[in-house]
Design a protein around this ligand. Structure first.
Ligand code: IMP
Length: 427
């Protein structure tokens, strides 16, 4: 049975949480493979509304095993409070597991995220300041501390002592702030160890076993493809790969196991944080989209930048991920507009281009070339069959499908599970 990867196809916040919550009903394992608690996955279901930062969105089904994979960086405090909140609201977390290889976010990561942003001044990346970037930096620098280290307290102290000496030099000599106390950090992480130890496993084996038993596995992407450190708008990116390829590494699954890759696109575009966004609307239309859709960050509460659908970027993310299908979310937000625009090319220094440039300065100079299409000016939130959508909405979706170059499987017309139109079945 296959692995299905659910991938953010724009700048994050595409509505992956809803899609995963919906599809998880049919799968055995749901696994997060990248990012950390910079992600905020909103799920609305019979338990209520949840904003999940680390726990996979499949947690609401009693038969679904949820795994935080090796490619995720975990802030133990955030995870423990998320588990507590879920339990208080009647959601069972006994099927939640954490990879022993997942790196931990440490107090110095959070401090450094803020301090480094301050140092960048006007060039600040607009990070979520959750310590995610510095934790991935340490993973690559071989200075990380992993979930599995919590299981051996003596070794944990030795490792922490080594790393903290190094970090305290940076905190005091580079940033001029107070050092962190080994005893305080250590005792805090020993307390987390008590709570988290029962969840920690060699999770890649669990996934392998599920697949060998013929079960379906869902990889839950975090962030969006345009925030990928290699292919996104570097340096205005996140620090781990949100791409389908990142799913193999971050979950410990062979590429030959993934046979469906679902790209999740909003029917328009949003971006939170700094960096170029060619279709950003700094006008009334942008404000209208933001207010209709309540486009404010799930993790930071920051207003999201809103704009028209960028088909140049969409074609690019479809190509680098190899999407086999797409979900278009929040179509209903466009219900009131008399006309819609789709960005079909960029004007760069007087030339028309149809690709997403690697150079950040080039991307900053790109002006969108729009194709205007009629709006439908009718409510869609009650519609459940594709055929019942207004003709202009179907035309809009058909045009997006041409750019994305793969079939649209799902169209979402509201936050609830049932507000979903299946255009082409996934299973
Ligand atoms: P970081 O991942 O916190 O380091 O932030 C780097 C960039 O990625 C910033 O522009 C953030 O706003 C953006 N970012 C990180 N996580 C998300 C997300 O889940 N949704 C949208 N943007 C995100």
């Amino acid at each position: 049975m296959p692995v299905i990867a659910i991938i953010g196809a724009q700048w994050g916040d595409e509505g992956k949480g809803k899609v995963v919550d919906l599809l998880a009903e049919k799968v055995k394992v749901v696994m997060r493979f990248s990012g950390g608690d910079n992600a905020g996955h909103t799920v609305v279901n019979p338990y209520g509304e949840f904003k999940l930062h680390l726990v996979p969105s499949g947690i609401f089904y009693p038969h679904t095993v949820c795994i935080i994979g090796n490619g995720v960086v975990i802030n133990p405090t955030v995870l423990i409070s998320e588990v507590d909140e879920l339990n208080q609201r009647g959601v069972d977390t006994n099927r939640l597991f954490i990879s022993d290889r997942a790196h931990l976010i440490m107090p110095y990561h959070i401090l450094l995220d803020g301090l480094e942003e301050e140092l960048r001044g006007v060039k600040a990346l607009g990070t979520t300041r959750k310590g995610v970037g510095p934790a991935f930096t340490d993973k690559t620098a071989r200075l990380g501390i992993r979930a599995g280290d919590l299981l051996d307290k003596e070794a944990l102290r030795e490792r922490l002592q080594f790393v903290l000496e190094y970090k305290n030099i940076i905190l005091t000599k580079v940033h001029g702030v107070n050092p962190l106390s080994l005893d305080e950090v250590y005792s805090g992480y020993c307390r987390y160890a008590e709570r988290l130890a029962p969840f920690i496993r060699e999770t890649s084996v669990m996934v392998e076993e599920a697949l060998n038993e013929g079960e379906l596995v869902l990889l839950e992407g975090a962030q969006g493809s345009l925030l990928d450190p290699d292919f996104g708008s570097y340096p205005y990116t996140t620090s781990s790969s949100p791409l389908a390829g990142g799913g193999c590494l971050g979950a410990g699954i062979s590429p030959n196991r993934i046979n469906r890759i679902l790209g999740v696109f909003k029917a328009y575009c949003t971006r939170v944080g700094s960096g170029p966004m060619p279709t950003e609307l700094k006008d009334e239309v942008g404000n209208l989209i933001r207010e209709r859709a309540h486009e404010y960050g799930t993790t930071t509460g920051r207003p999201r930048r809103c704009g028209w659908f960028d088909a140049v970027a969409a074609r690019f993310t479809s190509r680098i991920n190899g999407f086999t299908g797409a979900a278009i979310t929040r179509l209903d937000i466009l219900d009131t507009f008399p006309h819609l625009k789709i960005c079909v090319g960029y004007k760069l220094d007087g030339q028309t281009i149809d690709y997403f440039p690697a150079s950040i300065t080039a991307l900053e100079r790109c002006q969108p070339i729009y194709e205007e299409v009629p709006g439908w000016q009718a409510p869609t939130t009650h519609i459940r069959q594709y055929e019942e959508l207004p003709p202009e909405a179907k035309q809009y979706l058909a045009r997006l499908e041409e750019f994305i170059a793969c079939p649209i499987n799902l169209v979402c017309v509201g936050p609830r599970r049932e507000q979903t139109i299946v255009k082409t079945p996934i299973f």
